[in-house]
Ligand binder design. Structure first.
Ligand SMILES: Nc1nc2c(ncn2[C@@H]2O[C@H](COP(=O)(O)OP(=O)(O)OP(=O)(O)O)[C@@H](O)[C@H]2O)c(=O)[nH]1
Ligand SMILES: [Mg+2]
Length: 330
C-alpha cells in the first residue's frame, strides 16, 4: 500500500492500517521515517476541528496496581457508550533492554476483541527521540484515526510517567490500597502532576483499606498548592474496583468534568499548544543529535567526550561546546 493510501485508510479509522502506520513510526529506517512524517502530515491536515479532538488520557501508577485491568474495565464501559477507544502502552524498560513487551493485550482480552477498540502494546525498541517521542506519534495517529479516547498506560518508574503527563490532556495516578499511612513510595513529583488519584482494588478484603488510602491521598492532595488548570474540587482521590466495576462510572465522570472545564476555560488548548511546542523542540534536538552522530568522526568524538563526562573529568556543557564548536561558526 502506498503512503497516501495508507494515510487515507488511517484517517478512515481502519485499525489494520493504523497498526501498520504505528509500526512505521517505530522503525528506524530512513524510508519508514519519511513515510511516517508524510502520514502524520496528512492526518494533521485532516485533523478534526478542536471540539472533536480525542481525549488523551494518561494512566500511571505503581507496578501491579491494576492499571491494565482498570483500562479494560473503563474501555469496555466507554465502548458500551459507543465511544471508540485506543490504548497504547509505554514500557520504560524497553528503552534499555530493547525487548520486554508487557502482556497488555492479554490483560485486555475482552476489550481487544471489541471492534471499537484498538490496543497497542509497548514499542519493543525506540528509534530517534526515544519511546516517548514515538508514543506521541502513535497518539497522533490514533487521534487522526478518529478515536474518541486515547489511553496511554505507563508503569510508574523512571521518566516515563512525566513523559506521559506531558503528552496527555488528563493524567491519572492509579495505586493499590496501602497499609499504614505511608504514601507507598509514590514520588511527590508525580503526585503534583496527577489530576485524579484512583485507589484501585476497593473490593473484598481490601475495601476498607482502600477507603483509608483514599482518605490519605485526598488529604495529601488538599495540602498541595492549588493549580490554575483544575476545576473546583480537583485534584481528588476516588476508590474504584477494576474487578467489580464499582466506581468506574464515577471515575469517568471526574475525567470528563476535568476535560470539559479545561475546554471551556481555554486551559485545554493552551496546554496542547505548549505540549506541541515542547515536542517540536525535542524533535529538533533529537534530529540534530542524529545528524551530528551520522558523521563518523563526530560520532567518535562524542563517544570520547561522553567517557570524559561520565568520569567527571569534563563538564557536560563544556563537552557539548567542543562538539558544536564556538558559537557563530561550527
Ligand atoms: N482485587 C482486585 N484485584 C485487581 C483489581 N484490578 C487488578 N487486580 C489484580 O492485580 C494484578 C495486577 O493487575 P494489572 O492490571 O496487570 O496491573 P498493572 O498495574 O497493569 O501492572 P503492570 O502493568 O505490570 O505494572 C492482577 O492480578 C489483577 O487481577 C481490582 O480491582 N481488584
Ligand atoms: Mg499493565
Amino acid at each position: 500500500m502506498d503512503t497516501a493510501a495508507l494515510a487515507q485508510a488511517v484517517a478512515a479509522g481502519d485499525r489494520r492500517a493504523l497498526a501498520r502506520a504505528i509500526t512505521l513510526a517505530e522503525s528506524s529506517r530512513a524510508d519508514h521515517r519519511a513515510r511516517t512524517a508524510a502520514i502524520l502530515t496528512h492526518l494533521a491536515r485532516e485533523l478534526p476541528s478542536a471540539g472533536r479532538q480525542a481525549l488523551r488520557l494518561g494512566l500511571s501508577g505503581t507496578p501491579g496496581a491494576g492499571k491494565s485491568t482498570l483500562i479494560e474495565a473503563l474501555g469496555l464501559h466507554l465502548v458500551g457508550q459507543g465511544l471508540r477507544v485506543a490504548v497504547l502502552a509505554v514500557d520504560p524498560s524497553s528503552e534499555r533492554s530493547g525487548g520486554s513487551v508487557l502482556g497488555d493485550k492479554t490483560r485486555m482480552e475482552r476489550l481487544s476483541r471489541d471492534p471499537r477498540a484498538f490496543i497497542r502494546p509497548s514499542p519493543s525498541s525506540a528509534r530517534l527521540g526515544g519511546v516517548a517521542a514515538r508514543t506521541r506519534d502513535a497518539v497522533a495517529m490514533c487521534e487522526g484515526a478518529g478515536f474518541d479516547v486515547v489511553v496511554i498506560e505507563t508503569v510508574g518508574v523512571g521518566q516515563s510517567e512525566t513523559a506521559v503527563a506531558d503528552m496527555t490532556d488528563v493524567f491519572v495516578l492509579v495505586i493499590a490500597p496501602a497499609g499504614g499511612d505511608e504514601l507507598q513510595g509514590v514520588k511527590r513529583g508525580i503526585m503534583e502532576r496527577a489530576d485524579l488519584v484512583l485507589v484501585n482494588k476497593a473490593d473484598g478484603a481490601l475495601r476498607s483499606q482502600a477507603a483509608l488510602t483514599r482518605a490519605d491521598y485526598g488529604a495529601a492532595l488538599r495540602l498541595m498548592r492549588p493549580r490554575p488548570q483544575d476545576p473546583e474540587g480537583f485534584p481528588r482521590a476516588l476508590t474504584v474496583s477494576a474487578l467489580t466495576g464499582e466506581g468506574i462510572e464515577a471515575a469517568w465522570q471526574a475525567v470528563t468534568r476535568i476535560a470539559d472545564w479545561r475546554k471551556e476555560t481555554g486551559v485545554w488548548a493552551r496546554t496542547r499548544a505548549e505540549q506541541a511546542r515542547a515536542a517540536f523542540r525535542t524533535e529538533v534536538m533529537a534530529a540534530l543529535m542524529d545528524r551530528l552522530s551520522r558523521d563518523p568522526d563526530v560520532a567518535r568524538r562524542i563517544a570520547a567526550l561522553e567517557g570524559e563526562v561520565a568520569l567527571g573529568r569534563l563538564d557536560p556543557a563544556a563537552a557539548a561546546a567542543r562538539v558544536l564548536g564556538p558559537e557563530g561558526g561550527a
